[in-house]
Write a protein that binds this ligand. Structure first.
Ligand code: PMP
Length: 330
């Protein structure tokens, strides 16, 4: 029988898909590593699995233990899935700006969610950093993965994402493009690809305009999951040959185009990474093979990126460019 014994066996081994339409007029091959095929729907399943299994090996997480992490997004889902599979309790601490759907997903997997006010300073006792520290210290058997300092975050990509891309392209990859959030993906996969190719693979980071990785001040932007206002330990800037800044508008318009043209319903950081990959492609040759990593699916963004009114409110969409009228449909 061709069966899997546990959902966590399905983490990784995601497909590479050729981008055919958004690449029109460009010479190189552009391939997307589609991470929404992971069981929790994002690239973060990889780090969740490795962080938990390493904590088990080192005795930090024991049977009956509790995982405490300040996260509301993809890392929370990854941790919740692996925890549910292995029988750990999960407590996630989330800021109150997080949408109810995201909290519902975490609760559906059996996680407990503590919601904290966004309006207080990080060192305030009610901030979500303070609350998660307090819970981790007071719950017996609690362990905090901390994806921003945990070296198993980049290591999971060094061990899985990087080697998969190398094998899938038969060693023909010339450029690797990925967004930078914690920096785990680009640091781990980028380092592996550089090492295995003897330095031939170029590694290019994609960053929202305003974030520190591309020289910004940390000013706000709307693309989720990427960019920072601090430099986390999990990011090694030496791995990147270049970091390309991409605006919210370009990222979101490309995200919508990926759904329509490539039938890839993906998140905003995927649009951001593809914009950067196409800029790289514009100056690369016909033998070049550019791999761009797409971190998650688009269903979590239906109310924002795929909502015309939301897009228009931010000035990303003018009514006449996108809205089909009754006359067009009839
Ligand atoms: N996109 C999304 C949607 C994410 O959740 C993340 C993870 N924060 C990233 C991109 C960036 O990945 P990394 O943290 O490995 O840099």
């Amino acid at each position: 029988m061709r069966v899997h014994n546990s959902l966590i066996e399905l983490v990784g081994d995601t497909p590479l898909l050729r981008l055919n339409k958004v690449t029109a007029g460009l010479a190189p091959t552009v391939l997307a590593k589609v991470e929404y095929f992971n069981p929790g729907g994002s690239v973060k399943d990889r780090i969740a699995l490795r962080m938990i299994e390493d904590a088990e090996k080192r005795g930090l997480l024991k049977p009956g233990g509790t995982i405490v992490e300040p996260t509301s997004g993809n890392t929370g889902v990854g941790l919740a899935i692996v925890a549910a599979d292995k029988g750990y309790r999960c407590v996630f601490v989330c800021p109150d700006k997080v949408g109810t759907d995201k909290l519902a997903v975490l609760r559906a997997y059996g996680a407990e969610v503590v919601v904290c006010p966004t309006t207080v300073a990080p060192d305030h006792p009610d901030s979500y950093y303070s609350v998660s520290d307090r819970l981790a210290a007071s719950i017996p058997g609690a362990w905090k993965p901390d994806q921003y300092t945990n070296r198993n975050n980049p290591e999971s990509h060094y061990q899985s994402t990087g080697p998969e891309i190398w094998e899938q392209t038969d060693g023909r990859i010339t450029h690797f493009v990925a967004g930078i959030g914690t920096g785990g993906t680009i640091t781990g996969a980028g380092r592996y690809l550089k090492e295995v190719s003897g330095g031939a693979v170029k590694v290019i980071g994609a960053d929202p305009e305003g974030s520190v990785y591309s020289g910004g001040t940390g000013r706000p932007y709307l693309v989720e999951g990427v960019g920072e206002d601090i430099w986390p330990e999990t990011y090694d800037p030496d791995v990147c040959d270049e970091v390309i800044a991409v605006s919210d508008k370009e990222s979101f318009l490309m995200t919508r185009q990926l759904a329509k043209d490539e039938t890839l319903l993906v998140g905003g950081s995927c649009g951001l990474a593809v914009v950067a990959a196409l800029r790289v492609a514009a100056t690369a040759g016909p033998d070049d093979v550019i791999v761009v990593l797409l971190p998650d699916g688009g269903r979590g963004y239906l109310g924002k990126i795929f909502n015309d009114e939301w897009m228009a409110d931010y000035g990303f969409l003018s009514a006449e460019t996108e809205e089909a009228t009754a006359g067009d449909v009839l």
